[in-house]
Design a binder for this molecule. Structure first.
Ligand SMILES: NC(=O)c1ccc[n+]([C@@H]2O[C@H](COP(=O)([O-])OP(=O)(O)OC[C@H]3O[C@@H](n4cnc5c(N)ncnc54)[C@H](OP(=O)(O)O)[C@@H]3O)[C@@H](O)[C@H]2O)c1
Length: 278
C-alpha cells in the first residue's frame, strides 16, 4: 500500500491518478485528513494504517510568501517532514520525499549533481533542505527527488499565468537570467510511481530534459499558442522578488541514469502536450 501526502495538490493529485490507472493500492491524504505539522495528529492517524511506501508531496510552496511566513513554512516543510519520516522509520516503510532545485546556490553554469553542496538562498529552499536532512537522518529506505518549475493541470503555475496575462496584456517582462528545467507534473508523477515499485533508494533529480530561461519558456508558450505578445527579457536585478532565486537551476540526471530509470521527455515536448489540452 502506498500513502500519498498532498493528494489535493498539483503533483500529489497526478501521483494518485497514475497509481489509480496502474491499479496500485494507495491512499491519498491532505490537510483535511491530517495536518502534518502536528506530531500528535500524525501519530494517531498512522496508528492503524500500514503502508509500504509514503510519497510525500505535501509542502508549503508559496516561495515569496515564505520570506514572511518563515515559521509556518518550516513547520510544514521541515517539522512536517520529520513527523512523517519518524512514522516511516517506525513502520520500516520507504519514503519518497519531493524536494527542489532551490536547495542549491545557483552559482555557475554546470548542472548540479545530486550530492553537490547545498546552499539555499531562500526560506523555502532552506526549509526543504531541512526536510531532506530529516529524511536522511531518520530513514534508511528513502528516495529524495528534486524537481523544478512544475506545471500541471491545476493551472497554478508559470505557464497558466502567462496565458492568463495574455488576455489583458500585449507586452510582458520576463526574467532571462534564471535557467532551469520546466517539469510536467504528470511526467514526474510517472517517474515517482515507478520508483515506488523499486528499492533503488537514493537521491535523484526528476525534471523534464533540456534547459531554458523563464523568458524562453514564455516565448515558447506564446509561439505555440499563436498568441501575439511582446516578451521583454529582464534580469533578476530588474525583476525583484521577496525570495532570491537561483540563477542556475540546471540539475544533472546522472543518478537517475545510473539506477536505470528512463529520463523524462524534453521540456518543449512536455509544454506542448500541456498546451494541447488548453
Ligand atoms: N511547484 C513547483 O514548481 C515545485 C518546484 C520544485 C519542487 N516542488 C516540490 O514538489 C512538491 C509538490 O509541489 P506542488 O506544486 O504539487 O505543491 P502544491 O500544489 O502546493 O501542493 C501541496 C499540497 O500540500 C498540502 N499541505 C500544505 N500544508 C499541509 C499540512 N500542514 N498538512 C498536510 N498537507 C498540507 C497543500 O494543501 P493546501 O493547499 O490545503 O494548503 C497542498 O494540497 C512539493 O514538495 C514542492 O516543494 C514544487
Amino acid at each position: 500500500m502506498i500513502i500519498v501526502t498532498g493528494a489535493l495538490g498539483q503533483l500529489g493529485g497526478d501521483v494518485c491518478r497514475i497509481l489509480k490507472e496502474k491499479k496500485i493500492p494507495h491512499k491519498g491524504i491532505d490537510k483535511n485528513d491530517v495536518d502534518i505539522t502536528s506530531e500528535k495528529e500524525v501519530i494517531s492517524f498512522f496508528e492503524k494504517i500500514d503502508f509500504d511506501v509514503l510519497i510525500h508531496c505535501a509542502a508549503y510552496t508559496a516561495v515569496d510568501k515564505a520570506e514572511e511566513e518563515k515559521e509556518l513554512c518550516y513547520a510544514i516543510n521541515a517539522k512536517g517532514t520529520e513527523n512523517l519520516a519518524r512514522v516511516c522509520k517506525e513502520k520500516n516503510s520507504a519514503v519518497i520525499y519531493i524536494s527542489t532545485d532551490y536547495v542549491f546556490s545557483g552559482e555557475g553554469e554546470m548542472p548540479f549533481e545530486a550530492d553537490d553542496e547545498k546552499s539555499p538562498l531562500s526560506v523555502y529552499g532552506k526549509s526543504k533542505y531541512e526536510g531532506e536532512k530529516a529524511v536522511m537522518s531518520l530513514c534508511e529506505k528513502y528516495f529524495i527527488v528534486r524537481t523544478s518549475w512544475v506545471f500541471g493541470e491545476q493551472d497554478r503555475n508559470f505557464i497558466a499565468t502567462m496565458l492568463r496575462l495574455s488576455e489583458t496584456r500585449e507586452e510582458i517582462n520576463v526574467v532571462c537570467d534564471q535557467v532551469g528545467s520546466p517539469t510536467y507534473s504528470s511526467d514526474l508523477a510517472d517517474l515517482i510511481t515507478q520508483m515506488a515499485q523499486t528499492e533503488k533508494y537514493g537521491i535523484y533529480h526528476g525534471t523534464n530534459e533540456g534547459f531554458c530561461s523563464w523568458y524562453e519558456l514564455a516565448k515558447k508558450v506564446f509561439e505555440y499558442k499563436n498568441i501575439p505578445m511582446k516578451v521583454n527579457p529582464v534580469t533578476s536585478e530588474e525583476y525583484i522578488t521577496p525570495a532570491k532565486r537561483p540563477k542556475n537551476s540546471r540539475m544533472s540526471k546522472s543518478s537517475l541514469l545510473k539506477a536505470g530509470f528512463s529520463l523524462l521527455p524534453h521540456w518543449e515536448d512536455a509544454v506542448e502536450r500541456y498546451l494541447d489540452k488548453k
